[in-house]
Design a protein around this ligand. Structure first.
Ligand SMILES: *Cc1c(COP(=O)(O)O)cnc(C)c1O
Length: 472
């Protein structure tokens, strides 16, 4: 078993074992996770053409130069360009991303202007558009089965709901989701969308999803099961685009930027790292986490060890392991030594991961990190409101504890990514004593709509039977 079959055009080579075989873009799209449990990553990093990017005027222009770098093994460039013209929809800003300069050094990259008011619309709308393209081409239909404890579910449902060849079943655990986050899913009320309240934890839900990928007995013969979780490589491609967009808008790639990224599963940070590998001038990446600090423990102490989950004010970052982190270990630290990487992750979480000191030292060339508690989160929300009359959500606030994360003054322009709209987290706004905020175009409607969902035990047979009954 070898992890990480690389993506892109198959190269006939008798020496390559099956799992090392290069996969096409479409294979990676439809498979999600490699057969051995490894994560996909491009065989080699493509190079973005910065001189062409400098001439771009819009987010879509940028996407047209970035996305085709990854898709050529399956689709002609012109096809992808056409797809991209219709991919991102229902954003409240014509250019999708907002940029707010709050002082001399700090820009906020607003990624929450999409229909579900969190940055996940960027990745999941791209994913859904390619799912639809592949299904039409292969004459297939699909079931999407996902588990969500925050914003993935709503973004996936919204991105897929208009595609008639896709049925979405979303498992919601009991727990720390805001009313608005839940209602964004339960109020959709479309024939091809099923929201299942599961009497169990997020891990129970994920286990059911995992066994579904082994079982698949509920599928019809021309049907495929698709994954939308955070290790999905196509989501990362969608996110790489906004890093280039920010670089273009802020200084047209003339100077390195620092990025502060509030993160949980490390997908958004890995997209930033990927953008840098493609050629975006990046000086530092600040990894900002809440009290679920496995990443901060690694970056500050060289110890990647699973602990129990803490419920925080930034629920979309409440994780115990950062599922995309393996990609960074493989590419950045181990310089693509697949065997060593496989050993680490085959034995994880039973054995925590520590790299040899001289390998781990590389961290400071590129990364810094901090863990921010709930108190600090509300304090910074309050302070940003008082100082700049600007309202941020608790996830963004974690990324805005800049002096703590950088441990001193920053030396380049800093972009803090704003991952969600504050209107999703009303209780946190109250705690921070913020009386008012600019409304998001979709959020207030959601509160007054009827909810449609089904309640099931955390039992895979119940879930599979439910899918079977509704799969006609
Ligand atoms: C999902 C999510 C995050 C964490 O994203 P990663 O890709 O795991 O870094 C942060 N903020 C919000 C609002 C989210 O929905």
């Amino acid at each position: 078993m070898i992890r990480r079959p690389p993506r892109s055009t198959p190269k006939p080579s008798s020496a390559a074992s099956d799992v090392y075989k290069r996969q096409t873009f479409e294979e990676v799209l439809l498979k999600g996770l490699a057969d051995d449990g490894g994560l996909y990553i491009p065989t080699e990093w493509p190079e973005a053409d910065i001189s062409k990017l400098k001439e771009c005027n819009s987010f879509i222009d940028i996407a047209k130069l970035i996305v085709p770098l990854f898709t050529e093994s399956s689709y002609k460039k012109e096809e992808v360009v056409t797809l991209l013209e219709n991919t991102w929809h229902d954003f409240e800003k014509s250019d999708l991303v907002g940029i707010k300069k709050i002082n001399e050094d700090i820009f906020i990259g607003e990624l929450f202007h999409g229909p579900t008011a969190a940055f996940k619309d960027f990745g999941l709308q791209l994913c859904a558009a390619f799912f639809n393209k592949a299904l039409e081409k292969n004459n297939q239909t699909a079931i999407i089965l996902g588990a969500t404890s925050g914003d993935t579910g709503s973004a996936a449902i919204d991105a897929c709901k208009e595609y008639k060849n896709i049925k979405t079943f979303m498992l919601l655990p009991e727990g720390n989701m805001t009313d608005i986050q839940r209602k964004q899913m339960t109020t959709v009320n479309q024939e091809n969308v099923f929201v299942l309240n599961i009497k169990g934890t997020f891990d129970d839900c994920q286990d059911i999803v995992k066994s579904a990928f082994k079982d698949k007995s509920f599928l019809k013969h021309d049907q495929v099961l698709l994954a939308v979780n955070s290790i999905n490589w196509i989501r990362i491609i969608g996110q790489i685009c906004y890093y280039f967009y920010l670089g273009m808008q802020i200084n047209n790639f003339s100077k390195e930027l620092c990025f502060s990224v509030p993160t949980g599963n490390f997908g958004n940070v890995f997209a930033c790292y990927s953008a840098m590998k493609l050629g975006l001038p990046v000086k530092k990446i600040a990894v900002a986490v809440n009290e679920n600090d496995i990443l901060h423990r690694f970056f500050s102490k060289n110890l990647y060890k699973k602990e129990l989950v803490n419920e925080t004010l930034s629920p979309s970052m409440d994780i115990t392991v950062a599922s995309n982190f393996e990609r960074l270990i493989y590419d950045f630290y181990l310089e693509r030594d697949a065997e060593t990487c496989k050993n680490f992750f085959d034995n994880f979480p039973n054995s925590p991961i520590s790299l040899s000191e001289d390998v781990w030292k590389k961290t400071y060339d590129l990364f810094c990190s901090s863990s921010i508690g709930d108190m600090e989160t509300t304090e910074i929300m309050k302070k940003i409101y008082q100082d700049f009359n600007y309202v941020v959500d608790p996830h963004t606030a974690v990324g805005l504890c800049v002096s703590k994360i950088f441990g001193g003054p920053i030396s380049s322009d800093l972009v803090v990514l704003s991952t969600a709209h504050p209107g999703k987290f009303l209780d946190s706004l109250k705690l921070a004593e913020i009386p008012t905020f600019e409304k998001h175009h979709t959020l207030s409607e959601v509160l007054n709509k009827d909810e449609y969902s089904y309640s099931l035990e955390a039992d895979q047979d119940q879930v599979f039977n439910f899918i079977k009954r509704n799969n006609h």
